[in-house]
Design a protein around this ligand. Structure first.
Ligand code: EPU
Length: 339
C-alpha cells in the first residue's frame, strides 16, 4: 500500500494550480488499498476528498483531512456481442489517452470527447460532453466502493441518473462513493457525429467529406486547442459555468430585448442558452480581476494568471453571475465542484 503523505501540496492535482495543502494524502492504486484506507486508524473521523485529475474542482482552502489520489489503472475489452464492444477502464486512467487507445484498437465512439482533461473516473460524475455527444450515450456501467459500508456496487446508466453535466454522484453525499472502474458500450455500427459548426468548419478547411473516427478526433483536438487554454500552461477548469436552461416563454421575452442569442431547444421543452455569449455581452471576455481573468478566446473559461487563489476565482465568478443576472435575468450555475 502506498504511504500516507502529510502536509501534501495539491498544486499538481488541481487544474487551477492553487497552492493548497492536504493534512494527509494517499495514492490509491487498487481497490484493496482503498478498503484499507477507509479503516486506517490515523484517519478516523477525518473528512476525505477524492481527486482524479483535479480538472473540475476549485480548491478554495487547505484540506484538513485525507485526500485520496485515484490512480487505479487498466483498460481492456471485457465483452462483446453482435452490436457492441464493452470496454473497461480504471478510474485513474487519463481520459484522452483512453479515448485515443480505443480508436487505435478499432473501437470508435468516444472521439467527440477527445482532449477533455481529467480521468476516466471523473467522466461519469459530471457526465462530460462535447461536440454533440454526452458520455452517458456510451456508458454501460461502473463499479464504485461505498466508503460508508465498504461494499462494492455496480451502477447502470439509470442508477447514475445522468443529465446535462449532472449525475447521482454530484448529488449524493459528497465522497461517499469512490468510482473504481467504468465500462463503456461502443456500438459496432459507427455513426459519425459531426453536425457541430466548429467541426464542420474544420472539415471544410481540410476537405474532409466522409469523416473517419480519426478525422473527428483530430478536428475536435484542433477546435479545443484553438479555443480552450491548456491547463498545464494556464490554470483553468474548462467551462466554469453550465449553459443555463430556461423556459421557452422566458426565452421569447428575453429575445425581444436581446436579439441573436444562441439557443438550443431541448427535447424536454427547455431552451439551452450559451453562457459564454451572455458573459461576453456583459463585457467580461478577456477581463481580469486581480490574478483571475476571463479567457480572451472563450468567455466561459476562468483562468489563473499564475498567482490567483480560490477566493480570487470565486470573487470573479460571483461578479459575473451578478452581471449576467442583472442583464438577462438568468442565474449561472458553476460547473466545477467548489471545496
Ligand atoms: N460563445 C460566445 N462567446 C464566447 C464563447 C462562446 O458568444 O466567448 C458562443 C459561441 O459563439 C457559440 C456558443 O457560444 O455559438 C457555444 O460555444 P461553444 O461551441 O464553444 O460551446 P459552449 O456551449 O460554450 C460547451 C461545453 C464545453 C464543450 C463545448 C463543445 C458546457 C458548460 N460547456 O461549451 O465543455 O467543449 O460545448 O461541445 O456545456 C467543459 O465542460 O469544461 C467544456 C469545455
Amino acid at each position: 500500500m502506498s504511504d500516507l503523505l502529510t502536509d501534501y501540496s495539491l498544486r499538481a492535482h488541481n487544474a487551477f494550480g492553487f497552492e493548497v495543502h492536504a493534512r494527509y494524502a494517499q495514492h490509491i492504486e487498487c481497490e484493496t488499498a482503498l478498503m484499507h484506507a477507509r479503516v486506517e486508524p490515523r484517519l478516523k473521523g477525518l473528512p476525505h476528498l477524492i481527486l482524479g485529475g483535479g480538472s473540475n474542482i476549485v480548491l478554495t482552502r487547505d484540506f484538513d483531512g485525507i485526500v485520496w489520489l485515484i490512480a487505479l489503472r487498466g483498460r481492456r475489452l471485457v465483452d462483446e456481442d453482435a452490436d457492441a464492444w464493452f470496454i473497461q477502464a480504471g478510474a485513474g486512467e487519463n481520459w484522452h489517452d483512453f479515448v485515443q487507445w480505443t480508436l487505435e484498437c478499432g473501437w470508435p465512439g468516444l472521439e467527440n470527447l477527445a482532449l477533455i482533461p481529467g480521468t476516466v473516473g471523473a467522466a461519469p460524475v459530471q457526465n462530460i460532453g462535447a461536440y454533440g455527444l454526452e458520455m452517458s450515450e456510451r456508458f454501460f456501467q461502473l463499479r464504485a466502493l461505498d466508503i460508508k459500508t465498504g461494499k462494492a456496487l455496480h451502477f447502470d446508466a439509470s442508477a447514475c441518473r445522468f443529465a446535462y453535466r449532472e449525475s447521482f454522484f454530484k448529488q449524493c453525499e459528497p465522497g461517499r462513493f469512490v468510482i473504481v472502474s467504468v465500462v463503456f458500450r461502443l456500438p459496432k455500427i459507427w455513426q459519425p457525429r459531426c453536425a457541430y459548426p466548429d467541426i464542420e468548419r474544420i472539415f471544410a478547411e481540410r476537405g474532409v467529406r466522409t469523416p473517419s473516427p480519426r478525422d473527428i478526433l483530430d478536428a475536435v483536438v484542433a477546435v479545443r486547442q484553438s479555443k480552450l487554454p491548456d491547463p498545464i500552461r494556464l490554470g483553468n477548469t474548462g467551462s466554469f459555468f453550465k449553459n443555463p436552461l430556461i423556459h421557452p416563454a422566458d426565452f421569447e421575452a428575453l429575445s425581444i430585448r436581446e436579439p441573436d442569442l444562441v439557443a438550443h431547444p431541448l427535447p424536454n421543452g427547455q431552451v439551452k442558452l450559451a453562457a459564454g455569449q451572455l458573459i461576453e455581452r456583459c463585457g467580461w471576455k478577456g477581463r481580469a480581476l486581480g490574478h483571475a481573468a476571463v479567457h480572451a478566446r472563450h468567455a466561459l473559461v476562468i483562468i489563473n494568471h499564475g498567482n490567483a487563489c480560490g477566493a480570487d476565482v470565486l470573487k470573479l465568478a460571483q461578479i459575473i453571475q451578478r452581471d449576467v443576472y442583472q442583464r438577462f435575468g438568468v442565474q449561472l450555475e458553476p460547473e466545477p465542484m467548489i471545496i
